[in-house]
Design a protein around this ligand. Sequence first.
Ligand SMILES: [Zn+2]
Length: 302
Amino acid sequence: MQTHGVFKGIANNMHKYGHFMSLRVVCPNCKSTGVIAHNNEVSEDMDGLFLIDLYCHCHNPDCYASFVVQAGHGLQSATTTKATATGSQAAQLKIRLQKYLPAEGETIDPALAATRPNAAKVQNCITALDNYGQGANVLNAHVQQRLESFLDDMNVAAAVKEIDSVINDAPPSCTNIKTIAGTLAGATDRYLNAASSALDELDQGITDYDAGDMERPSFEALLDRIAGDLTSSIAGVTGLVSNEVQKVEEMYKIHKQMARSFSVQALIQDDCVRPYLVQLAGPQLSQVLVDDFNVSDLIEQA
Ligand SMILES: [Zn+2]
């Protein structure tokens, strides 16, 4: 039985405290109260997955059913934590940089302007921070969505892997599966780590500049460099995300084609269905029959 919501809480607590012996659950047979007798963590060696079987007894004397409830929390990715942390750091740094820009409607006299860092450079860095933050949100949404479909994706990828291996007469390879796991498995981490260092450096640079420990030209050079680093980091992230979306789509497409071919193959082998299939095939299916099953002679006869 798949469980969500309420059991998620139970499972998290069980994870924390070991086990509860008297937690009540609803008996699926008679709907009266049952208790958890013992539990077995089935995801012991699987990172990011927590799954536990709860062995339960019904307390209703007319029922006494035994049943197993499976509880757990879903998969999670460390990438989300990194993207969120760097995204909020970028937002804070944006605010710190804004103080160097004239407030709306403010006219600054040239003497004051000369003491501030170049407004265009400040603005350029703010824009880079902004774009980085948006990119981090895109990555988070993508990872979340991929986590939700991870087990389906892996099922399809595993099937495609076997099919590839048969078609190419080669041993099954994990290459496609690694590509599909992509961002979930930390493919963007190097970009996030680079961004994190750049953000830390900017943070320190603002502090040093404000304290008079960094000269204006050095600070302006820092702004330029950090803007460049953040821009290339987030370009790397979004590149990987869109590549991955495309790969997943391709994989499902292959899988669908295979499934279609397999079902057509099964039907072709059925002597009762076969004549109708050949007779009624539209252009698209005729193409599959000719290309994949070499039945052009039958189509001509029909
Ligand atoms: Zn019962």
